[in-house]
Ligand binder design. Structure first.
Ligand code: RBF
Length: 171
């Protein structure tokens, strides 16, 4: 389904697990900072709204999206969070740089998720132009930073669920 038709920024809050006892890492790319900082605000506010404590949210910045996996790995090693959220924006240009960066980031994050048993969330916008990015960073298609936060909470709840599976995890 096209993301324009699936705006997860509007969600049923009652289905989201409490994040009171969860720790998070957030890695923010400095490229296209106007966009990535808007994603960060949406992400951070959503974590706090669902109960995460400010002292349990660890944020670092990396130069560009290509550095997100390495930054996430460093942060995970240092802070041992339940989930790491990576926020970036790679705008399509005249060359195919965006394809290399996006593929590298997606592959890096999914490999770390599988290897570590903790979620590394792909919160990277991959728009054709700046307007599409604005629309997804607090504009008409919501804020994908919020969606990244909600996904991180749900995955952290899965990671923390007891073996008997009786704990409610949101769906
Ligand atoms: N990083 C981003 O986060 N978003 C971009 O749109 C972006 N565009 C780039 C375009 C080119 C041609 C290059 C060479 C790099 C770009 N980067 C971008 C930076 C990239 O993620 C990384 O920081 C650098 O390639 C250094 O490893």
């Amino acid at each position: 389904m096209a993301s324009a038709l699936k705006n997860l920024s509007e969600y049923d809050e009652s289905t989201i697990p409490a994040a009171d006892d969860m720790t998070f890492g957030i890695v923010v790319a400095e490229w296209n900072a106007r966009i990535t900082h808007a994603l960060y605000e949406g992400c951070y506010d959503a974590l706090i709204k669902h109960g995460a404590k400010a002292e349990n949210i660890h944020t670092i910045q990396v130069p560009g999206s290509f550095e997100l996996p390495a930054g996430a790995r460093m942060l995970a090693g240092r802070e041992n969070p339940d989930a790491v959220i990576c926020l970036g924006c790679v705008i399509k240009g005249e060359t195919s740089h965006n394809e290399y960066i996006n593929h590298a980031v997606a592959t890096g994050l999914v490999n770390m998720s599988i290897a570590s048993g903790r979620a590394f969330i792909f919160g990277v916008l991959t728009p054709d132009n700046e307007q599409q990015a604005i629309d997804r960073a607090g504009g008409k298609h919501g804020n994908k930073g919020i969606e990244a936060a909600i996904t991180a909470i749900r995955m952290a709840a899965l990671k923390k669920a007891p073996k008997d599976g009786k704990r409610k995890i949101g769906f």
